[in-house]
Design a binder for this molecule. Structure first.
Ligand SMILES: Cc1ncc(COP(=O)(O)O)c(C=O)c1O
Length: 378
């Protein structure tokens, strides 16, 4: 698809040079149209022309395709944390079990596990070395009481990408569960839960999936579903959700797939929008999106370095991502961030005292050059 056609699907390009997809991304036009369509239909006909639950099943299938799972292994969440909590509070922990993670995680992937100290479960955090988590340190942190490893596929601060294939192999070999917070990767980097031996995954839709806040997807490997006790019990998690004769079925007759994590009705408006964005990304092809984001971020890194800015993001073939973190001792990063927005309508973020740019596949090389040109020498 031509870049111009793609950019038409992102109306924000008319107003801003937006390079902040690691924060709250703009909604794609297909997502916005799906929301409008849902609102129109539900305001004019309620459910009388048919139910949106069929559409939700199509979105479930598309989400499953995105991560190479079966549709039954996927359900919807309102954010990444919700899926993290399903597992943190659903595993049958034993006192003195431990969970291994990294010291770089976004707090969403820390607090739910930290709170397990109430149940005698320890959280072990592996320190980084110059912005990357050495694989051997994770292996060394694991011991015979390690039940689960939880990592972000891509780190929020500097964009370090974890080698999930290698980590999945290690976890499988040691009989340890693997949870992946995929919000900073999904929509740019191919994630294959089967090929990577990922047991659980959660990702909000509002970053690289260009969907509304309040949407997201959650994956639980089929054979593990029945071993996880859903922290919330409703009726949609039941095999017979609308059964009123309670003498026939008990509360424990839960779905034996990912729907056991559902409680009541779905956020159908959001799910339709999420589905429209996922369909669009799949139409382009995730491999194609990834190639484009690599080209754009390579151009950015090169331009930043040649202007004297220090780039903090690992950029090797297995570690790069769509997040580029940079700084200069000569400048106040907050002032620069404001100046870029006010003078040039260029949107980047400030994280951990550094500037963070995160362009998506629809940004143009011209927009990357504009950012480099707008920055003072570092
Ligand atoms: C790695 C990571 N996980 C999770 C989140 C957000 O979590 P939630 O979707 O629960 O708001 C962010 C947001 O910046 C993030 O970078």
């Amino acid at each position: 698809m031509q870049l111009e056609t793609i950019r038409e699907k992102f109306p924000i390009t008319r107003n801003y040079n937006f390079q902040n997809h690691a924060a709250i991304a703009p909604m794609s036009a297909p997502a916005a149209e799906a929301l409008i369509e849902y609102a129109r239909e539900m305001s004019e006909a309620a459910y009388l022309h048919g139910t949106y639950y069929r559409a939700a099943d199509r979105v479930r299938a598309a989400a499953a395709k995105l991560i190479n799972a079966d549709p039954e292994e996927v359900t919807f969440v309102k954010n990444t944390c919700e899926g993290i909590n399903y597992i943190a509070n659903g595993v049958q922990w034993l006192t003195r079990d431990n969970v291994v993670t990294t010291a770089m995680e976004f707090p969403a992937n820390i607090y739910p596990w930290m709170a397990l100290e109430q149940r005698g479960v320890r959280l072990l955090r592996v320190e980084d070395e110059d912005g990357r988590i050495p694989f051997d340190r994770i292996a060394a942190a694991m011991n015979n009481r390690t039940r689960l490893v939880t990592v972000s596929a891509v780190q929020w601060s500097n964009g370090f990408r974890m080698d999930l294939t290698r980590l999945g192999e290690l976890c499988k070999e040691k009989g340890v569960l693997l949870f992946v917070d995929a919000i900073q990767a999904l929509g740019v980097h191919p994630i294959d839960v089967r090929g990577m031996n990922i047991d659980f995954l959660s990702a909000g839709g509002h970053k690289w999936l260009t969907s509304p806040e309040g949407t997201g997807l959650f994956y639980c490997k089929r054979e593990l579903c029945e071993h996880i006790k859903p922290p919330e019990i409703g009726y949609m998690c039941m095999k017979h959700p609308f059964e009123h004769d309670l003498s026939k079925f008990g509360w424990h007759e839960l779905h034996d797939d990912a729907r056991r994590f559902d409680s009541g009705v779905y956020n159908l408006a959001g799910i339709c929008a999420l589905g429209a964005s996922i369909d669009f990304l799949l139409e382009i092809g995730i491999a194609e999106v990834q190639v484009r984001v690599k080209q754009l971020t390579d151009l950015l890194v090169e331009g930043l370095r040649s202007k004297g800015w220090r780039v903090h993001s690992p950029r090797t073939a297995s570690e790069w991502s769509g997040i580029v973190s940079f700084s200069s001792q000569k400048h106040d990063t907050d002032k620069i961030r404001k100046h870029l927005r006010e003078e040039f309508k260029i949107v980047v973020a400030k994280r951990l005292h550094r500037l963070r740019a995160s362009p998506h596949f629809y940004n143009s090389t011209e927009e990357i050059r504009q950012l480099i040109d707008a920055l003072p020498p570092g």
